[in-house]
Ligand binder design. Structure first.
Ligand code: HEC
Ligand code: HEC
Ligand code: HEC
Ligand code: HEC
Ligand code: HEC
Ligand code: HEC
Length: 449
């Protein structure tokens, strides 16, 4: 009888622990369910159930419908993230609040062909274009519906907690736009509440465990003082946790072994996938040359230094002579500039460290992309004009080249060479745009010798 009660003591402890753990989880789930409802409400303020995608095309693009937001997410990531973020300026402006700033009737023609909107003399467009140093945003062969879904995605993102993490600017943006800000605040408020609750529960749990251990020890002491215990009872009473047995248990070894194997496998796969990838590579250069200073603040044209970028295969790294056009006069006493003089005196080129480097098996031609296709340098090289030290912005993998060729429409307007090809394409598949890949841009031999 006694022994029964004794044996059930550890069980009682375990049951208590489990109850508490369960309660804690349930509360956390409740709280997160709350959060979810809050943020959903934030995304679709006053959205009527059953709103069709067609009504979303109306100026109230904020009335987002989940499918449109999802489609917009994919489209935005595929086409816009090179130059835009929601809450911060990248190459182009931050897009938060765009649906309030511009009507959808402006946004659609802008994304289809921003140059045309600027050329039409639209006041807002011209001012924006000048503000961004006359960088032209590329044209996109997207449908009205696709553009509307991108705007819906942007509007949905404005109220997201991830955005709130970027701090005051974001909060201001959201505040200026709509009630999403309030939802966002409630959101983070709920998050804090959950944190405090969890901490409180953990503290309570620890106190409980300590109390139970003390009670357990007290009970043991009382029992030890009793005379009527038989041999088996004392055995249970003096039982200690057998660590040796615990270590040797096959279950524990199995679990540890499995975790170890999974971590090893994951790391292995990660490092194998990254072989040959040099995205983000940012070597220290022999002279502290800054693109931010030259191409950004002083607005020196890229082609002033990279002389063959519109004419030839390679972009060309400038020789010291080009630096001397200015630095025979400017900052002549700077130790960094003296390095240029020393290179010239020694008749040796400056040993710049090469950053971008495709393997020899691939053929890439700059003029085809800059002159013919009219792509911005930033599309592939990122915000060079803000880089103190240049780094490799794109992955430069084959998938990267191919993806762009699949998605980018060819610039065929006013080019008679393409007329017959476009006609042929349209008779076969008029719905799909005439992309680089429709013109054979994904054939192996185009890129591989
Ligand atoms: C190669 C860079 C680049 C890409 C890619 C790009 N944009 Fe832009 N975008 C810009 C620049 C630069 C501006 C500023 C206006 C200018 O200089 O022409 C701009 C302006 C805008 C504006 C006006 C913003 C405002 O504050 O009024 C909108 C809207 C916009 N872009 C949407 C998009 C969308 C949507 C996509 C993707 C489909 C996209 N952009 C892709 C560079 C880009
Ligand atoms: C005043 C001259 C000058 C101007 C203007 C200039 N660059 Fe450069 N660029 C250099 C020099 C020198 C290097 C080599 C040192 C380095 O990487 O910083 C370089 C390196 C680069 C690289 C990396 C090359 C490699 O090793 O793979 C890229 C990409 C690049 N420039 C793009 C641009 C773009 C885009 C612009 C215009 C927005 C521009 N540059 C404007 C001088 C210039
Ligand atoms: C079109 C003119 C022009 C050309 C070409 C040019 N620079 Fe400059 N450079 C400038 C100007 C302007 C500054 C800023 C001077 C200042 O801060 O007062 C500058 C500053 C610098 C500085 C910073 C000096 C310091 O100590 O603050 C370095 C380093 C530099 N240039 C290197 C180069 C190199 C290397 C080249 C050739 C690849 C080059 N520049 C080509 C105009 C030029
Ligand atoms: C379609 C993408 C794309 C565009 C647009 C682009 N580049 Fe490049 N750039 C590359 C790739 C890929 C390489 C690596 C080439 C190689 O290793 O053969 C490269 C290399 C370079 C280099 C290193 C020297 C060389 O030629 O290998 C410079 C400098 C450079 N680019 C400057 C520019 C400038 C300036 C512009 C805009 C006028 C520009 N690029 C536009 C993809 C692009
Ligand atoms: C940002 C988009 C973009 C990226 C990235 C890009 N390209 Fe292109 N590429 C184009 C466009 C647009 C054209 C079509 C130019 C024209 O009008 O002929 C093109 C054309 C070409 C052509 C000529 C195709 C033909 O049919 O004659 C070759 C070859 C090529 N690219 C190679 C590459 C390689 C190699 C890479 C990767 C290192 C690459 N491209 C990355 C956009 C891109
Ligand atoms: C738009 C240009 C382009 C086209 C089209 C293209 N490739 Fe590539 N390919 C590349 C580039 C760039 C690389 C180098 C990528 C890297 O270094 O990660 C590459 C790498 C490869 C490699 C890997 C070589 C190595 O050393 O790892 C193989 C294999 C390959 N391509 C085969 C093909 C085949 C087969 C086709 C036709 C179905 C094809 N490629 C079409 C651009 C292209």
């Amino acid at each position: 009888m006694n022994s029964n009660r004794l044996r059930s003591l550890p069980h009682l402890l375990l049951a208590l622990l489990l109850t508490f753990a369960g309660a804690q989880q349930a509360t956390a789930q409740d709280a997160s369910a709350n959060t979810a409802t809050v943020s959903k409400a934030g995304v679709t303020p006053g959205a009527t159930a059953g709103a069709t995608p067609a009504t979303a095309a109306a100026p109230a693009a904020g009335g987002a419908d989940a499918a449109a937001v999802q489609a917009g997410d994919a489209l935005f990531k595929a086409n816009c993230t090179q130059c835009h973020a929601i809450n911060e300026q990248v190459v182009g402006p931050a897009l938060a609040g765009i649906s309030k700033r511009r009507p959808i009737t402006w946004i659609i023609p802008w994304i289809k062909n921003s140059a045309k909107v600027v050329a039409s003399g639209d006041e807002y467009a011209v001012a924006l274009y000048n503000k961004f140093q006359k960088q032209q945003m590329p044209s996109f062969g997207l449908s009205d519906k696709e553009i509307t879904s991108i705007v819906a995605y942007i509007t949905a993102q404005e109220g997201q907690p991830a955005a709130a993490a970027t701090g005051g600017v974001t909060a201001q943006n959201a505040g200026a736009t709509d009630g999403a800000a309030a939802a966002g605040d409630a959101d983070t408020g709920a998050g804090k509440y959950v944190d405090i609750l969890l901490i409180a529960l953990v503290v309570v749990l620890i106190v409980m465990v300590v109390t139970l251990i003390i009670i357990g020890n007290l009970m043991k002491d009382v029992l030890r003082g009793r005379k009527d215990l038989d041999g088996r009872d004392t055995e249970i009473l003096e039982q200690r946790f057998d660590w040796g047995k615990f270590y040797r248990s096959p279950v524990l070894r199995g679990i540890v072994g499995a975790v170890f194997a999974i971590v090893l496998l994951y790391e292995g796969v990660q490092s194998v996938m990254a072989v040959g990838l040099t995205q983000g590579y940012q070597p220290t250069q022999p002279i502290a040359f800054s693109h931010k200073l030259h191409a950004g603040e002083n607005q020196i044209n890229c082609a002033y230094c990279h002389t063959s970028v519109y004419k030839g295969k390679s972009a060309n790294i400038p020789s010291a002579n080009i630096c001397m056009n200015c630095h025979s006069q400017i900052k002549t006493e700077s130790p960094e500039i003296k390095k240029i003089y020393r290179a010239i005196e020694r008749k040796q080129p400056v040993q710049w460290v090469r950053i971008h480097n495709l393997p020899d098996l691939a053929y890439f031609n700059h003029s085809q992309h800059t002159q013919v296709a009219g792509l911005q340098c930033q599309t592939c090289h990122g915000p060079i004009q803000n880089m103190e030290v240049v780094y490799q912005y794109s992955a430069l993998t084959m998938g990267w080249c191919i993806n762009c060729h699949r998605e980018t429409p060819l610039n065929t307007k006013g080019n008679a060479y393409y007329d017959n090809l476009v006609k042929l394409h349209d008779t076969k598949n008029a719905a799909a745009p005439f992309t680089v890949s429709s013109n054979g841009g994904t054939e192996c031999s185009k890129c591989h010798y």
